[in-house]
Design a protein around this ligand. Structure first.
Ligand code: ATP
Ligand code: MG
Ligand code: MG
Length: 410
């Protein structure tokens, strides 16, 4: 059916689930990532994959030469190189656009953009120089300016204060929760001592974290998946519950509306993951957007009419979008996070995968393992989706998996 080829920057677990969806539609995918055994490459046989970094301009150009459309499974790519391959006419379509990727990869610019468009976000302020490209050479000069700016932000927003790296953040790794103003230099030190652009966010004492996947077509149509509850531990997504339950059913609708409004302001097609904070007064604040399929949307593979991965394929190929509706009464997702520090620690690897073994005896569950060889603590090694007729049934099934992990850890 489809003659066009897609190139993907990144070949991790999101790429792996993307190629599953693409292969069902006979769409050829070329992957760029380091090594030959990256999770997505393992299940997508091709002589056209490229061994290299998605932040390497020459490798991006090499990938672009062999495909019709480029997309990303991670935002930490060289957005300038993407713009260049498009400007040179090497590839015609890049989704989302390099401009959108560049905007999103700098969380401070992203926040400024969204608040400028009237999207509710936590109050925030720049920390130190506005120019994110503060060079290593200037780091010694920049760090004291950042400490001074943190003092100002504490006066403005109070404590605790959330300090965030503007770029290269994931799983909370670029975040620092400042509890005392005296710790400002320690915070700057731990976040990169002046060599990294930072910004401050007012603490959001949310009651729940919410996420909404949104798919955007080439012509700008936006469709939202159901709002879901995401539960994080140590800033890493632990579980997702779909749909979002709240005594006020309007909350889920409002979350979808905010997410759609935000994504409608961006350029380019594809799936976007929108993270939100639900406050005690029912207010929703947008935390951040991912310009790609997202952990909080894994459940859509088993629980929705069209998965986030298939809709990403359809959107970037300018094919009709699929329904985003739930096709089951209720669903949950449990991440399989590494509990081992050493690859060689066989006992810890067994603990990590204990919920997967348990899931084999639980109806309505589907395990997805990512084929990662290194099992570091907190690393996303796989996930399990649970579906059922109602929340009670899904919670019961979910609990068996969580209990299996707790027992294994004892
Ligand atoms: P991701 O892996 O989702 O890309 P990230 O490293 O970009 O994460 P954030 O999403 O900004 O980091 O923050 C990680 C987590 O920290 C959030 O999911 C939330 O639990 C908490 N958090 C972030 N900002 C705030 C805030 N302003 N107030 C309170 N908690 C926050
Ligand atoms: Mg992030
Ligand atoms: Mg996040």
């Amino acid at each position: 059916m489809e003659q066009r080829k897609i190139g993907v920057l990144g070949a991790g677990q999101l790429g792996r689930m993307f190629v599953e969806a693409a292969s069902r539609l006979n769409v050829e995918v070329h992957l760029l990532d380091v090594g030959t055994t990256a999770p997505a490459k393992q299940i997508c046989s091709s002589d056209h994959h490229i061994d290299g970094k998605f932040s390497d301009a020459s490798k991006i150009e090499e990938l672009a030469k062999g495909v019709d459309i480029l997309t990303v499974e991670i935002e930490h790519v060289d957005a300038k190189a993407l713009q260049t391959v498009q400007d040179k006419g090497i590839v015609k379509h890049i989704h989302p656009t390099p401009k959108t990727i560049a905007l999103i990869q700098d969380k401070y610019l992203q926040k400024r953009f969204l608040s400028g468009k009237g999207i509710p976000v936590a109050d925030f302020a720049s920390v130190g120089p506005e120019d994110a490209e503060s060079s290593q050479a200037g780091a010694a000069k920049i760090a004291p300016l950042q400490v001074q700016a943190i003092d100002e932000a504490v006066k403005q927003f109070g404590l605790p204060l959330m300090l965030k790296s503007r770029t290269q953040a994931y799983d909370g790794k670029g975040n620092y929760v400042l509890k005392n103003v005296e710790d400002a230099s320690k915070a700057v030190e731990s976040l990169g001592a002046g060599s990294r652009g930072l910004y401050a966010e007012k603490w959001a004492p949310f009651v729940k974290e919410v996420a909404v996947m949104v798919v955007r077509s080439v012509s700008g149509e936006v469709r939202a998946y159901p709002a879901v509850e995401t539960y994080h531990e140590n800033s890493i997504c632990h579980s997702v519950f779909a749909p979002l339950r709240h005594n006020d059913p309007a909350v889920a609708q409002r979350a979808q509306d905010v997410a759609k409004k935000a994504v409608a302001e961006l350029e380019g097609a594809g799936v976007f993951g929108v993270e939100l904070f639900l406050m005690s007064n029912g207010e929703l604040l947008l935390n951040e957007i991912a310009p790609r399929p997202h952990n909080s949307g894994h459940y859509t593979i088993e629980a929705c009419e069209t998965s986030q991965y298939e809709n990403h394929v359809r959107a970037i190929l300018d094919l009709p979008l699929g329904s985003t509706a739930l096709k089951v009464g209720s669903s949950a997702m449990l991440n399989i996070l590494g509990v081992a520090d050493l690859d060689a620690d066989k006992a810890a690897i067994e603990k990590t995968f204990a919920p997967v073994v348990a899931s084999l005896g639980v109806p309505g569950t589907t395990a997805h393992l990512y084929g990662k060889s290194g099992c570091r603590r907190g690393r996303k090694m796989g996930h399990i989706t649970i579906v059922g007729n109602n929340d009670a049934q899904v919670r019961e099934r979910y609990q068996i998996l969580v209990d299996a992990l707790d027992i294994a850890k004892k």
